[in-house]
Design a protein around this ligand. Structure first.
Ligand code: GAR
Length: 382
């Protein structure tokens, strides 16, 4: 795990005057780039997911964005003045009045190497200044090369260094709930084994006796593997829900991960464990109220919520499917999306689609749990 640095930019410095802005705009226009500003733009978020992956589209969704396009296609973006993000590195300077959050900034692979990143960064800072901010925080910068870039382009200086060990200890105690094969659980167990994820599985709970997830947990050395089965002939659903809650409570988890958990959890469970993440096999919109979602390259597909998302997407004949990891709220599959990824259908059959989606899910599951670790209350940046 790399050390990270928070950098600060003084927006009142001479670097950010109108002449510099005009020069940057001129250089971009000469190369044929169009500059636009947008907010809560679903199509931009879809492009970001495809071009950069990870959690950036969620950050862009909560920000104002400057977008550079060329030939009608986005090529670069910078997010500004994000609101409502929970990352630990935003808790000090990022929460100070007068400080605007700068980034993420991304230039697509086909547009790199011609200096547009520096011009876009400069225009981003100018926009933050126009919005009334005095300082810009460039958070969680990984590596000296990037630090140098921000120093050169924006006159930024390092104000906090974040020791990577702070993300690791204490590790987050989690309980995973799984109903089936457990390949996503395996992806997390593997990431933990390669010291790539600071979590500790206090328990894995399965609700089917044949769930292979239980074997995977035992082989990986998870201390407790609980089988909480429901026989609907002999036990009421309310009793089963109470039993499940009590068992998970016993492990005092900081977070609960739903990895192919095929029972809806009742409201007590959702209230009791607010740090509750769910993997869902569909490309979900960042707006939890939306019932459709923009996909890369233009177009909109339904937000396939519910238990048969891949089947429903296939039956609807959409050109894209996808997967998302989101926080669980009272309404099914409508919590905040942490990480999501689209996958082009490309004429595949339903079972081929399910197979192709698997590695996509494994990847976003690890990415999302890592992001969640960065949001933990217990993580402090000093
Ligand atoms: C995954 O495809 C996951 O998205 C889905 O169950 C599968 C579990 O795979 N979850 C849901 O449908 C939840 N509504 P796995 O057992 O191999 O990890």
């Amino acid at each position: 795990m790399r050390a990270l640095a928070n950098l600060l930019v003084d927006l009142r410095s001479d670097t950010f005057d109108e002449a510099a802005a005009a020069a940057a705009r001129g250089r971009l226009a000469a190369r044929g780039f169009l500059i636009e500003e947008c907010e809560r733009d679903d199509a931009l978020c879809a492009w970001i997911d495809l071009a950069f992956g990870g959690g950036w589209s969620g950050e862009a969704y909560r920000s104002k964005n400057l977008v550079l396009s060329h030939g009608g296609q986005p090529r670069a973006f910078v997010s500004l003045a994000a609101q409502g993000l929970r990352y630990a590195w935003l808790r000090n300077e990022g929460a100070r009045p007068g400080t605007g959050i700068f980034g993420p900034i991304g230039v697509s692979a086909d547009a790199r190497g011609n200096g547009i990143g520096g011009d876009l960064a400069l225009l981003g800072c100018l926009r933050l200044r126009e919005l009334g901010y005095e300082r810009a925080l460039v958070p969680a910068v990984g590596g000296l090369q990037l630090e140098r870039f921000y120093e050169r382009a924006l006159g930024a200086r390092v104000i906090e260094r974040i020791d990577p060990m702070r993300w690791w200890e204490p590790r987050a105690r989690v309980v995973a709930l799984a109903s089936g094969n457990g390949s996503n659980l395996q992806a997390l167990l593997d990431a933990v084994a390669r010291k790539d994820l600071p979590i500790d599985f206090a328990a894995v709970v399965v609700n089917r006796s044949a769930a292979y997830a239980a074997q995977r947990a035992s082989v990986a050395g998870v201390r407790s593997v609980e089988r909480v089965l429901w026989n609907r002939e002999t036990e009421s659903r309310a009793n089963y829900d109470a039993r499940l809650l009590e068992i998970v409570e016993r492990f005092e988890p900081e977070g609960v991960l739903l990895l192919g958990w095929m029972h809806l959890l009742d409201e007590h469970f959702v209230q009791r464990f607010p740090e509750l993440l769910n993997l869902h096999p569909a490309y979900l919109p960042h707006d939890p109220r939306a019932d459709s979602v923009a996909v890369p390259g233009g177009g909109v597909i339904p937000a396939f919520r519910g238990a048969r998302a891949v089947h429903d997407a296939f039956a609807a004949g959409t050109a894209w499917i996808g997967a998302s990891v989101h926080r669980v709220s009272a309404e099914t599959d409508r919590g905040e999306v942490l990480v999501r990824r689209p996958l082009a259908c490309e004429g595949r059959s339903e079972s081929e689609l399910a197979t192709a989606l698997r590695p996509v899910e494994h990847r976003i599951t690890v990415e999302a749990v890592r992001l969640w670790c960065f949001m933990r209350e217990r993580v402090r940046v000093v």
